[in-house]
Design a protein around this ligand. Structure first.
Ligand code: BES
Ligand code: MN
Ligand code: ZN
Length: 504
């Protein structure tokens, strides 16, 4: 896809579709009035007809009359005060979904209405819209099918129509970075959407190898023998139940233990359960097919380190993705099994379905051994977080207020929503084991908090846990996204790592 930033008037830009963001009630006293006049009053007529509305993500297609683009597409962003970075990304993405099945090869997006509503102005909007257009062109059905009815169109050219005073080279750079961010999210989504008979831990490791080679990243993949020798007892307890052997995938940019410009060696750690049947504590059949998505955290950190390598090569960053299949069978761990974690603690496996925390705990210890000073894990960890926060807000836990603040600030820059949950110290006593140091599941009350408390046992450095079980994938299509993996938290991890990139 070619990118072009222009300061021409929106009505002078050639494209198959001119995209007109509508903020608040359409106001025809400015340039929108000029577009309407040139389009022979078509937009005002749509308002009168009740077709062009203020409600966010509603849209209308119109003939363009004397406007140079072949068609007009209005897309509503909601009231001005509510236009944030997330909305701007989704306006770009919703545009592509609205055009699904349509024959468009070039689109032009008029930035001005969004730039007026967002702090950061046209430059921020250019990056976010470009990212959104790329993310909105993603359709997971093309992973397996040759022909997909009504997929978003393949665009050859994206034109960003900037205000007259805009710094065109700066906007172009921002848009190029936005495209790379969007491609990274889509990479995470395409890995995540793949079926468990297609992506085993071994295949995920091969995909990581391919990316490492492509982007000049260091990579080490630890198989079951080495993991056992190292003492990754929790990781192996989950991984040994499947015929598809586990893989601890470790990738790095920069040098081992090297501090970044923010004075830290960041590790991003992603849960890679290629299929979560629950193991011996087996899950009910209903919606078990969704558990192929339980590797999304791993896919996200693998994609994020590749994105960082593209945007700021050499930035110190470690990615660790423990990949397993959680299966029942003669080799599986049983409830009541007691295993020794890599950090030396004895863990009493009460429920084999609380497997994510087991593999993450060992991965966190390992990341610290490799020199990480700050840890962020991303995991589809609990059904409870999706019941509490739904599919639009990721749950966050943190052990260190300053670092948690930095992660949440990166989330805000990325246009992704988080809600911080408390680590209630008192509940830790309910996690104590009689036979070992602690159990992997306490009572159901406060189960979400307890999942965080369990993970905290494996962090001696500032650590943040992002529970994406609700946000990792959409059960139904959204106006801005296909059903399936959403890419959630990829942009946050990239923004966080880039805060440690050397100044350009
Ligand atoms: N992978 C699941 C969590 C999950 C549930 C993700 C629904 C996405 C949608 C996780 O491994 C799990 O099974 N968690 C259990 C924990 C319980 C046994 C303490 C849960 O949430 O029920
Ligand atoms: Mn589970
Ligand atoms: Zn799981």
């Amino acid at each position: 896809m070619r990118l072009r930033v222009t300061t021409d008037q929106p009505w002078d830009v050639a494209a198959d579709v001119l995209v007109i963001p509508i903020v608040g009630e359409p106001a025809f006293d400015g340039p929108l009035g000029e577009i309407d006049r040139r389009a022979s009053g078509e937009l005002k007529a749509l308002v009168a007809f009740g077709e062009l509305r203020e409600k966010r993500f509603t849209s209308s297609l119109a003939a363009s009359g004397g406007v140079r683009a072949a068609r007009l597409l209005t897309i509503s962003a909601g009231v001005a005060g509510d236009v944030d970075r997330e909305v701007v990304v989704r306006i770009g993405a919703a545009t592509m979904h609205r055009l699904a099945g349509r024959h468009a090869t070039s689109i032009a997006v008029w930035l001005e209405p969004l730039a007026a509503a967002l702090d950061g102005g046209a430059e921020a909007v250019a990056g976010l819209v470009a990212r959104g257009v790329v993310e909105g062109s993603f359709d997971p059905r093309t992973l397996y099918l040759d022909a997909v009815p009504a997929a978003p169109p393949v665009i050859d050219e994206l034109v960003l129509v900037a205000p007259a005073a805009a710094d065109v080279p700066a906007l172009t750079r921002a848009a190029e970075r936005g495209v790379i961010m969007g491609e990274g999210a889509n990479l995470a989504r395409s890995l995540s959407n793949r079926a468990a008979n297609d992506v085993s831990p071994e295949v995920l490791a091969e995909e990581a190898y391919t990316l490492a080679r492509k982007h000049g990243l260091w990579i080490d993949v630890i198989g079951p023998d080495k993991a056992t020798e190292l003492g990754m007892g929790m990781f192996m307890a989950v991984g040994k139940g499947s015929d598809n052997p586990p893989r601890m995938i470790v990738m790095r940019s920069g040098k081992k233990g090297e501090l970044d410009a923010a004075g830290r060696h960041l590790a991003i750690i992603g849960k890679g359960v290629c299929f979560d049947s629950g193991g011996i504590s087996i899950k009910p059949a209903e919606r078990m097919e969704e558990m192929k998505m339980d590797k999304t955290g791993a896919c996200t950190v693998i994609a994020a380190i590749a994105t960082v390598a593209r945007l700021a090569p050499g930035t110190p960053l470690l990615a660790v993705a423990p990949a397993v299949e959680n299966m029942p069978g003669p080799h599986s761990s049983r409830p009541g099994d007691i295993v020794k974690a890599l950090n030396g603690k004895w863990v009493d496996i009460i429920n084999t379905d609380a497997e994510g925390r087991l593999i993450l705990g060992d991965a966190m210890t390992y990341a610290e051994r490799l020199g990480a000073t700050h840890l962020v894990d991303v995991a589809t960890l609990t059904g409870a977080v999706s019941r509490a926060l739904g599919d639009l807000v990721t749950g966050a836990f943190g052990s260190d207020p300053a670092f948690t603040g930095e992660v949440l600030a990166a989330g805000a820059r990325a246009g992704e929503r988080y809600w911080q949950l408390p680590l209630v110290d008192e509940y830790r006593t309910e996690m104590e084991s009689w036979y070992g140091d602690f159990v992997n599941t306490g009572g159901a009350e406060g189960g979400l908090v307890k999942s965080g408390l369990f993970l905290r046992e494996f962090a001696t450095k500032p650590w943040v846990h992002l529970d994406i079980a609700g946000t990792a994938y959409y059960r139904k299509a959204k106006p801005w996204a296909a059903r399936g993996a959403s890419g959630a938290s990829h942009a946050t991890l990239v923004e966080l790592a880039l805060a440690g990139a050397a100044p350009a």
